[in-house]
Design a protein around this ligand. Structure first.
Ligand code: PHE
Length: 463
């Protein structure tokens, strides 16, 4: 439940629809689902197994397996990513707080003037991050988890109600087609990168967080089915997110490629057209804010757990120091949605605006890098059988052969060959190497596959 609470958040309702709109609609959705199944889930299992095997936080886990090694960079990077993303994630969560009130009191406000107004942006942002810090400092995430169990189904139900309204708007079918009928010609390396990055963002994979949650799992629980359940719940909510947004986008004659503000511009209009819309709207944004809160507390938890475990800081001190630092670092993001001309228009790594640059750099590329390093570490640097054995605890079927392969054999192949190939090619093509992605992928795939089959990982007692 905690992992599902972390996974389901703004990534599903805010980030997934806007990336789908920017990357060609249904083609992106198609690639996204493949990424969740073939890359997201294997890497999630990998993180959970690493955590339960070592019983440590991301930095401690790497050291526990291989001693002091440069691979510790995996832990350090996840620490940095959680810290930096917490800043801009909270800015967007602050928007949801604002929207609870504008919906409830039927305040007509143009989105651009809302986000450009510092008198709203900063206090809402501060309020959200303050709530996050307060929950983490009290160590009451467990209590929140209980609420998650009640609130998430309500959010789910509201999403379905909003979908129905959206799909029944005039001209909504154009949006449904855009969302469901793929044009495969639109699939480019850029689209694949966005899809892989979104899979990691949304599943909370590649942040080291699942290592922490793995360390909390009992040996009776199954990493395999637990991971799949989280992925299914998360993907279902994301797909609903798209179903709420796209039919309405087309019904209102807007562009699907409207960028990060898409959800916030479209949904209030849908609520307006529903009976009792102001209550439904306020309730929806309240639940979305709470979903974001269960995500942001887990983001803050990663650096805080490190300082508490390894540096022996008190929980309260660590939460406030890290939280306030994250707040300060996030301020430029809060200013980059219209308040500051320069921060809103600055361009880098193909993105415009400071927040989008942060999102591309830390919310996408860094996650891909961390996931790649995790696959290489457990697949090639450690004895992968240790993790296979860990995953088989609580999941006896994992090693059983079905048809030709067992799930364990497939997972080893994915971890050692498929995931590293895809992730490396994506990173190379992004860092600016002028490569032919297909050719490089084929060469790398063959190379790793040969190594995998010719030098299979040996069990300790066979070595
Ligand atoms: N998965 C969350 C979302 O979709 C974001 C998140 C990532 C939260 C990592 C915590 C840790 O909104």
């Amino acid at each position: 439940m905690a992992a599902a609470g972390s996974a389901i958040g703004l990534g599903n309702i805010w980030r997934f629809p806007y990336l789908t709109g920017e990357n060609g609609g249904a083609a992106f959705v198609f690639v996204y689902i493949l990424c969740v199944v073939f890359i997201g889930i294997p890497v999630m299992w990998n993180e959970l197994a690493l955590g339960r095997y070592t019983q440590k936080n991301p930095i401690g886990a790497i050291i526990a397996v291989r001693g002091k090694t440069p691979w510790v960079i995996i832990g350090i990077l996840s620490f940095i990513v959680c810290f930096l993303v917490l800043g801009y994630y909270s800015v967007i969560a602050g928007w949801t707080i604002g929207y609870i009130f504008t919906s409830l009191f039927k305040v007509q406000m143009n989105f651009a003037s809302f986000t450009a107004n510092l008198a709203y942006m900063i206090p809402l942002y501060a309020l959200f991050i303050f709530l996050t810090i307060w929950i983490v400092q009290c160590g009451i995430e467990k209590g929140i988890e209980r609420w998650t169990k009640i609130l998430m189904p309500i959010l789910f139900f509201l999403c379905i109600v909003v979908c129905i309204r959206s799909v029944t708007l005039p001209n909504a079918m154009a949006g449904v087609r855009y969302y469901l009928v793929p044009d495969f010609a639109k699939i480019t390396p850029q689209v694949v990168l966005a899809a892989v990055g979104q899979a990691f963002f949304s599943l909370s994979v590649g942040w080291g967080l699942m290592i922490v949650y793995g360390s909390y799992m009992s040996k009776q629980q199954s990493i395999v089915s637990g991971g799949v359940s989280v992925a299914v719940a998360d993907t279902t909510v994301a797909l609903l997110g798209g179903f709420m947004v796209f039919p309405a986008v087309f019904a209102f004659g807007k562009s699907p490629a409207g960028g990060p503000t898409l959800t916030f511009e479209v949904l209030p209009q849908v609520f307006e057209m529903m009976p009792g819309g102001s209550i439904v709207g306020a309730g929806f944004f309240l639940l979305l804010m709470l979903a974001a809160l269960t995500s942001s507390i887990s983001m803050l938890e990663v650096p805080v757990s490190y300082y508490v475990d390894e540096k022996k800081w008190s929980r309260k001190y660590a939460s406030w120091i890290v939280g306030i630092m994250a707040f300060i670092v996030g301020i430029p993001s809060a200013l980059s949605c219209g308040a500051s001309q320069w921060l809103s228009s600055v361009e880098f790594v193909g993105q415009k605006g400071f927040m989008n640059i942060m999102d591309q750099f830390f919310g996408t590329l860094s996650l891909v890098l961390i996931a790649l390093l995790i696959c290489l570490f457990t697949g090639w640097r450690c004895n992968i059988h240790d993790f296979v054995d860990e995953m088989a605890i609580g999941a006896p079927g994992f090693k059983q052969k079905r048809l030709i392969f067992s799930l364990a054999q497939m997972w080893m192949f994915f971890t050692r060959v498929l995931c590293p190939t895809v992730l490396t090619v994506l990173l190379l093509s992004q860092i600016g190497f002028k490569i032919n992605p297909v050719h490089v992928a084929i060469v790398l795939f063959l190379l790793l596959a040969i190594l995998h089959f010719v030098f299979p990982a040996k069990r300790k007692n066979q070595a």
